[in-house]
Design a protein around this ligand. Structure first.
Ligand code: ATP
Length: 481
């Protein structure tokens, strides 16, 4: 199997839980293909593990399969073979595993079992409350990709709610993990790859790391039989009822409509209904509703943006060209349609990537992590791509440029002026300025960044990899002055 990449935080959490000298009930969830199974297997490697992947078959067939896995790990037993209830099997496992404290029982795709037997959470609760479950410090992990169903399991009214000892939501990998999938790619190519495929490990493992980004896009997305050609629809179908309505809403957002009202008008639906669909898409982390940082807390003026990158790319470039693609013109679609429009797409995607950087890594540059990150817009004459404040209450403002231009002094002056005009951080001392640039800055700005401690240039390398230890105490790595 190929090597395991990233997920240090999640592994730490899981390993700490599995090392505890008491019983554990872990609930792990996240959308399909996000890397849940791989993460759980990694965390349980070198432990006594019963790993069972449920499938969409009847309870009886799943139970048979589970018993086979139990027998494989704990040894065959006529008692086990005769059991015909989940509760009985769990008690058997707990009893035998007493001799092997810390045995891990992972049930993957748990919602499939609940679909067939809705009493299962109560059965597990009863088992969990019994002596036998605790005696051997058993570790039970319930995992699932039907996010809505898993969230029901985590709801207060659910029998398992109060028993859970760790809840783990598995999310997309950050940009800095991409180099592990594409060791031959340079920083700019990694950023472009992330702008298309995001941090979903399954999508990344489907790419050929030795092929160019263009060829990967053509093979996976612009070929009739491409593995990802219908992925956004498949994802919505697997997670939601009425996938067609959700797909239409996502299409409207990718056309540039950013408010529930505008989307409702476009789709001829009531705004309140659109709001409910958007809430569900937000719970899946496919869209997010954001406010301008200078807006009042209660403002209804939320801007809806797509956060799933593949979905954004697909609606922008694949869906409108399906006729050409299905006609076998994938390469032409890339060369004659996408390539010309890609820089504009990257402009928006790059802003999102810089916002992620500010959320995760600002301490490297500014010495304190961000407490709040967002954008400022809604004014006739300006917007600020990235802004926020640090834990130490310092305010920062940033400009993002993926275009081939170098940032010049005029752009920096404009950013400074805007930071003085907005009410966000007005009159606060010590403002910091971040210049995110693909192509660096003009010499005057580069010189200023060396002498003025409030100006920081952040380039592709900074975004895609952690600073090396000997550079860690420098303000930022200067690039292409
Ligand atoms: N951290 C990682 N490093 C390298 N490859 C990974 C990583 N996480 C996942 N993968 C790969 O991505 C693919 C999808 O991962 P996995 O099957 O674990 O996802 P999942 O969330 O369990 O999916 P599903 O819910 O559809 O079963 C697999 O090929 C897996 O090997």
């Amino acid at each position: 199997m190929d090597h395991f990449i990233g997920r240090e935080r999640e592994l730490r959490l899981l390993e700490r839980e599995l090392d505890k000298r008491s019983a554990s009930l872990v609930i792990a969830y996240g959308r399909r293909r996000i890397g849940k199974s791989r993460l759980l297997r990694q965390a349980a490697a070198n432990r006594n593990e019963i790993y069972f992947q449920a499938t969409r078959v009847s309870s009886v067939l799943n139970m048979e399969q589970f018993k086979l896995e139990v027998a494989r790990v704990l040894g065959p037993s006529p008692v086990l073979a005769s059991l015909d209830s989940w509760e009985g099997i769990f008690h058997f496992v707990a009893d035998v595993a007493k001799a092997k404290p810390g045995t891990v029982v992972t049930i993957d795709e748990f919602p499939y079992l609940v679909d067939q037997d809705s009493a299962l959470p109560s059965v597990i609760q009863r088992f969990w409350d019994s002596e036998v479950a605790r005696a051997g410090n058993l570790k039970v992990i319930l995992c699932g990709s039907a996010v809505a169903q898993m969230e029901d399991l985590l709801a207060e009214k659910n029998p398992l709610y109060g028993r859970m000892t760790l809840r783990l939501e598995v999310r997309q990998l950050p940009l800095r993990d991409l180099a592990g999938f594409f060791p031959e790619y340079g920083a700019e190519q990694l950023i472009e790859t992330y702008a298309i495929f995001g941090g979903v490990p399954h999508y990344l493992t489907l790419c050929d790391p030795h092929a160019s980004l263009r060829d990967n896009v053509i093979n996976l997305l612009l070929t009739e039989t491409g593995t990802l050609i219908d992925e956004p629809n498949t994802l919505l179908q697997s997670e939601l009822r009425e996938p067609g309505i959700y797909a239409s809403i996502v299409a409207a957002i990718s056309e540039g409509l950013h408010s529930a009202g505008d989307i409702a008008t476009r789709l001829q639906m009531p705004t309140t209904a659109v709001g409910q669909y958007l809430d569900r898409l937000e719970r899946l982390h496919l869209v997010s509703g954001v406010r301008s940082l200078d807006a009042a807390e209660k403002t209804r003026n939320k801007r809806v943006v797509l956060t799933d990158r593949l979905m954004g790319f697909w609606h922008r470039f694949v869906r409108p060209n399906l006729t050409a693609i299905n006609g076998g013109y994938g390469a032409e679609t890339y060369d004659q349609y996408i390539q010309r429009r890609f820089p504009e797409y990257m402009g928006g995607a790059f802003e999102g990537i810089c916002l992620d950087y500010a959320r995760l890594h600002l301490a490297e540059v500014l010495g304190s992590p961000a407490r709040e990150v967002g954008s400022i817009w809604g004014h006739a004459d300006f917007d600020i791509d990235v802004a926020g404040r640090l834990l130490d209450e310092t305010f920062f403002y940033g400009e993002c440029k993926w275009r081939s231009v170098k940032i010049d002094i005029g752009m920096l002056d404009l950013l400074r002026k805007r930071s003085e005009t907005t009410s966000y951080g007005r009159d606060k001392p010590g403002k910091q300025y971040l210049l995110f640039s693909r192509n660096g800055c003009k010499p005057k700005v580069a010189e200023l960044a060396r002498t003025d401690a409030s100006v920081h240039i952040i380039g592709p390398e900074d975004l895609t990899s952690a600073p090396t230890p000997d550079l860690a105490d420098r303000p930022a790595r200067s690039i292409k002055p």
